[in-house]
Design a protein around this ligand. Structure first.
Ligand code: OSB
Ligand code: MG
Length: 369
């Protein structure tokens, strides 16, 4: 597959809701969108960096810099037979998995299209629908939280995840547990606690959460292992898992009993497949995370979530929850808590170009000389 050209854009897409977490409030996404062109086909990738490094260290600006100045010049005009070859081209550059993932995932889309197959089949998926739940931001009150939980359970979502932080944790979770004794509930702290908060975290054990996601440092493995030995509730890692090497260390240390996979955080599908294999042999259940993706990232996530070790509901809910108008033609909508994987070659979604144009803040077209 010779890469003939690339188009990189920065889009700004307003969210339908205010999404509050322990690290801040989001009201819109700033999206890096990559179109890769080769052999008459187009591959699509969507970045998950934001303007500020509040979730992990990378930003829209750092990812754009690397894509424009380093990664794309490196591969334009080159003939890359498969995603492994692209991985090798990116390998000398350290870190920056989110920037790498934009290109890597666009290339997988292109690669699957060149084979004429849906991406999920090329990745080794085993199902055509993905079980999903929702991630609910911190609400203004407990009453509003209960209303939001009720609404999404009624829509058929199979798990409710609540964002928590010190001071917004036990009380709200207990109210939800009392109102919905049978619901599958989880909590995501986005690194808001320290090991010294153990007494506070231990109180959550009485609420029978399926897991608590990333309670401690965004890059930590050791303290999560220590905390995990003291809590009955399993710990799930999100932020700390940025590579297969980190996943191997997490398994060896016992840092988490559940893993959240986000291909865009791990450097792409190739690295995610390695984590999937490690988790499978260690008996660690996986679920597909989300970063408020628009249609391109959401489609990629759905394809990867068809692999066998994804046994818990993911954060890949209906596109219409997030956006008045998405950037792809296809509707990505859940029914009874199941998201159908888009059909057709590659990721199976097509850009709605007029909508993309309207929200483009910046763009650059680059071609092989
Ligand atoms: O920690 O999983 C997270 C969104 C942005 C950044 C981090 C996270 C999230 C979510 C939203 O929880 C999941 C989604 O609905 O896409
Ligand atoms: Mg998380």
């Amino acid at each position: 597959m010779r890469i003939e050209a690339a188009e990189l854009r920065i889009l700004e897409l307003p969210l339908k809701f205010r999404f509050e977490t322990s690290f801040g409030v989001q009201t819109k996404r700033t999206i890096l969108l990559l179109r890769l062109f080769g052999e008459g086909l187009e591959g699509l990738g969507e970045g998950v960096t934001e303007r500020l490094p509040l979730y992990r260290e990378e930003t829209v600006a750092s990812a754009r810099y690397l894509l424009e100045e380093v990664f794309l010049p490196q591969i334009l005009g080159r003939d890359l037979p498969n995603p492994e070859a692209l991985g090798q081209a990116l390998n000398p550059f350290r870190g920056n998995p989110m920037a790498k993932a934009v290109l890597e995932m666009a290339f997988w889309d292109l690669f699957a299209k060149s084979l004429g197959k849906p991406l999920w089949q090329v990745l080794g998926g085993v199902r055509e629908r993905v079980e999903v739940g929702v991630s609910l931001g911190i609400q203004p009150s407990i009453a509003e939280t209960l209303k939001a939980v009720e609404k999404h359970l009624a829509q058929g979502y199979r798990r409710i995840k609540l964002k928590i932080k010190p001071g917004w944790d036990h009380e709200v979770l207990k109210a939800v547990r009392q109102a919905f004794p049978e619901a599958t509930l989880t909590a995501d702290a986005n690194s808001a606690y320290r090991l010294a908060d153990f007494p506070r975290l231990r109180r959550l054990d009485e609420l029978f959460l399926d897991y608590i996601e990333q309670p401690l440092g965004y890059d930590d493995l050791l303290d999560h292992a220590k905390l995990g030995r003291e809590l009955a509730t399993p710990i799930c890692l999100d932020e700390s898992l940025t590579s297969a090497e980190k996943a191997r260390q997490a398994i060896e240390l016992g840092s988490g009993r559940v893993f959240n996979i986000k291909p865009a955080r791990l450097g792409g599908h190739g690295e995610s497949l390695k984590v999937h294999a490690l988790a499978q042999s260690a008996g660690i259940p996986l679920w597909m995370g989300g970063m408020l993706e628009a249609g391109v990232g959401r489609a990629h996530n759905l394809h990867l979530a068809t692999l066998p070790a994804f046994t818990k509901p993911g954060d890949v809910s209906s596109s219409s929850r997030y956006w008045e108008e998405d950037i792809v033609e296809e509707a990505l909508e859940a029914e009874e808590g199941l998201m159908p994987v888009p059909e057709g070659p590659g990721i199976g979604v097509h850009l709605k170009l007029p909508a993309v144009e309207r929200i483009t803040l910046w763009q650059r077209y680059m071609s092989a000389s």
